[in-house]
Design a protein around this ligand. Sequence first.
Ligand code: 1DF
Ligand code: MN
Length: 374
Amino acid sequence: MAPDMLSGESPGSGGSEGSPGSAGRQYLRIATEEAFAPPELIATWRAMIENGSYDDPGFVSLVGFYTAGKTERSKFVFDRLQDLGEERLADMDAAGIDRQVVSLTAPGTQVLSRADGVAMATLANDRLADACRRYPDRFSGLTAIAPQDPNAAAKEIERGHDELGFNGVIVNAHTNGRYLDDPAFWPIFEAAEALETPIYLHPSTPPRAMIGPLLEAGLDGAIYGFAVDTGMHVLRIITAGVFDRFPGLRLVVGHLGEALPFWLYRLDYMHAATVRAQRYESMKPIQRKPSEYLRDNVWVTTSGMAWAPAIMFCRDVLGPDRVLYAMDYPYQYAPAEVTTHESLPMTTAAKADLFQHNAERVFGLRTRDAATGQ
Ligand code: 1DF
Ligand code: MN
């Protein structure tokens, strides 16, 4: 691993009593927003950057940076994204991570043509399924899709669930500036709801229509632009009434819900006022308050947000069963942040929920029970 990725003590070791986790921890550490990319996708992106065939400014900013490979960070990230074996496992061991829920990194297939996107999603899923079969105690997977072909995406969700043993679906933000509240995408929601499998709505750079002032200031990426776009994406899904139509649908949102938990009060107040005023054709009455969908249909992960006040706040306003651990490997491979999570002012049982049980419940993971070993 790159030495500058490490700071502070290694959290790998722990207590010493009867244990599901390494080194006698009372619980497993399951990291839930962990990225990979097949070399074929990296090569395709690289060609798109080099021949200028896709000039979306967010794509060029994000993928252009990583494919240029000029910095320690970009080299480390692109190297580790492509590994689903020894290097990744060694990094997990060094950080004390028992299991990764692995998903295709942003922007995934969503910048490709329909046909290329569908083929690439299939390839990525086959590759990830191989790794999960090779290391069943270390990796679980989410199904990659190409939303630009919603019916093929729905079929791939079924294949991922029924044949590949995956535990959810990954969608990497908007698809060419189109958001999932558009009914054209609803076969995706229909499939996920029917199979009771969650959709992880992961960010990417904002689309052309939004990115201007963010990009100008260097704020389009993970520092802030990701959250602006994906937080809005979640709100569009809520206000369009998607959860009224698909009440069993579950979304998982990273980065502590892309700041939405902090907005619950204002969202409810202003949504009610706006609906009452009949100000927008696009904002019709829905059955519940925005905060109710955010509490009942949405789970949040701590990816990139290893900060006690924010994590405790989210547990407080969403419920302790709604917040789950994530590292965001390899983008934020910071083993010291595992220690930060371990130091949260919480009981061991609450930490077991944060690190293990909440993830098992929302993704339907079957991992060995501490007491019975089953
Ligand atoms: C970055 C961060 C890139 C995250 C990611 O995928 C990503 C980054 C392209 O720092 O450029 O998943 N993240 O979730 O924070
Ligand atoms: Mn991420």
